[in-house]
Design a protein around this ligand. Structure first.
Ligand SMILES: CNc1nc2c(CCc3ccc(C(F)(F)F)cc3)c3[nH]c(N)nc(=O)c3cc2[nH]1
Length: 374
């Protein structure tokens, strides 16, 4: 039997900002969407029900980590990633190339794919476009990514062009494998990934070439790799107008609350970032007034919660003094409460943006949020 096809519905626009809805085999994704990172089949320091209760429609899984441990075949034998991590909603997976280049040892990239040794036990692997799609299919991922090559910035133009053109050839091979495995009939989506470094014409060429291929969505890759924010935003101003208007756009690895506000303004629909979860584990809290570093001794006697107006218990029911104590004592509850607070803040921000775009008041919302940041 064939499942309902993957679909994207544009509900409203306000300037270049878009309010939409993606339908996948595991439910609806309200956009603009923030997708918590769940690298090793868990959003660190959070229960799945809590992640859901904050308004998360998607979590991210990682081909690189899961192919090494516990392996895609084992996850498939155990019923797939949704069953394995008890997350019955949408899962998006990355193709693994980005993580190989940033985590693996002895990596060698060529036309066929990337060869590397596991950072866990040194075992050798060869990740090709076909194998990446096979792994994402075994995991049962609802939104899959092509295998691509993401280079750092700044980079020589020739390097950006070489990697962009390789990624286009890998886009074709990823698509062929996705269709051979019956992805479309399962209602799953495969995204092409726009590359091109910080070179405008390469970005446009990449976006146009991918638009000619039948992808269910498109990622903007190759950014949030150390470039200044103005370079990233400039690349969005150039790239999103060259991308299909009726398909979701996912800006990979972004970002801070400000990055997300500015990227929604420039036509992006989906975001992922380790910031809210990683910062939570390092004593950093995101609040409507800006960031609060609870390692700082100035909080030692502060009886106030992080945000008394929040409906998240982590933000409302614990004093900064207590959170400071937990952080200094290295207590596990510190990471749990601050991760909870941070994800609540991010998802509250996303809900505010979705409502504002529907109401046609997005620019006022953006100005009001930024005014609150001290
Ligand atoms: C942080 N900056 C950044 N992250 C980037 C990422 C990773 C996104 C990702 C996806 C899943 C996970 C998971 F751990 F939750 F699974 C973690 C991170 C990219 N990924 C690909 N394929 N191409 C890119 O060009 C690219 C550019 C990226 N800039």
């Amino acid at each position: 039997m064939t499942a309902k096809p993957f679909s994207f519905r544009l509900i409203a626009t306000d300037g270049a900002a878009r309010r939409g809805e993606i339908e996948t085999p595991h439910g609806l994704v309200r956009t603009p969407a923030f997708m918590p990172v769940g690298t090793q089949a868990t959003v660190k320091a959070m229960y799945p029900d809590q992640v859901r209760a904050l308004g998360s429609d998607v979590v991210l899984g990682n081909t690189y980590h899961l192919m090494l441990r516990p392996t895609a075949e084992r996850v498939a034998r155990l019923g797939g990633l949704h069953r394995f991590m008890n997350w019955p909603h949408t899962i998006l997976t990355d193709s693994g190339g980005f993580q190989v280049m940033s985590l693996a040892q002895l990596r060698k990239l060529d036309e066929t794919g990337v060869r590397f040794q596991s950072h866990i036990d040194g075992q050798k692997y060869h990740l090709t476009p076909e194998r990446s799609i096979e792994i994402q299919g075994l995991l049962g991922s609802d939104i899959q990514m092509q295998l691509d090559e993401c280079i750092g910035l700044p980079a020589p133009r020739e390097e950006a062009q070489r990697a962009m053109e390789l990624s286009l050839r890998w886009a074709e091979r990823s698509r062929a494998q996705f269709e051979a495995m019956g992805g479309p009939a399962k209602g799953q989506g495969l995204y092409g990934i726009v590359q091109g470094g910080d070179v405008a014409e390469l970005r446009i060429a990449s976006a146009r070439a991918l638009a000619d291929m039948p992808f269910e969505g498109y990622s903007v890759g190759g950014l949030a790799v150390g470039e200044p924010q103005d370079v990233m935003l400039k690349m969005l101003e150039i790239t999103t107008p060259a991308m299909p208007v009726d398909k979701p756009r996912y800006l990979m690895g972004v970002g801070t609350p400000e990055d997300i506000l500015e990227s929604v303004t420039r036509g992006i629909d989906q975001f992922d970032c380790v910031m809210p979860t990683r910062a939570g584990r390092h004593g950093l809290a995101y609040t409507r007034y800006g960031k609060v570093n609870l390692k700082n001794a100035r909080h030692a006697d502060d009886p106030r919660p992080l945000d008394e107006t929040s409906d998240c218990p982590a933000a409302r029911d614990y004093s900064r003094a207590y959170l400071h104590h937990l952080v200094k004592a290295g207590e596990g509850l510190a990471a749990m409460l601050l991760t909870w607070n941070n994800l609540a803040y991010y998802q509250h921000l996303m809900q505010g943006m979705r409502d504002a775009i529907e109401a046609g008041t997005f620019q006022d919302f953006r100005a009001a949020v930024k005014a609150d940041w001290v």
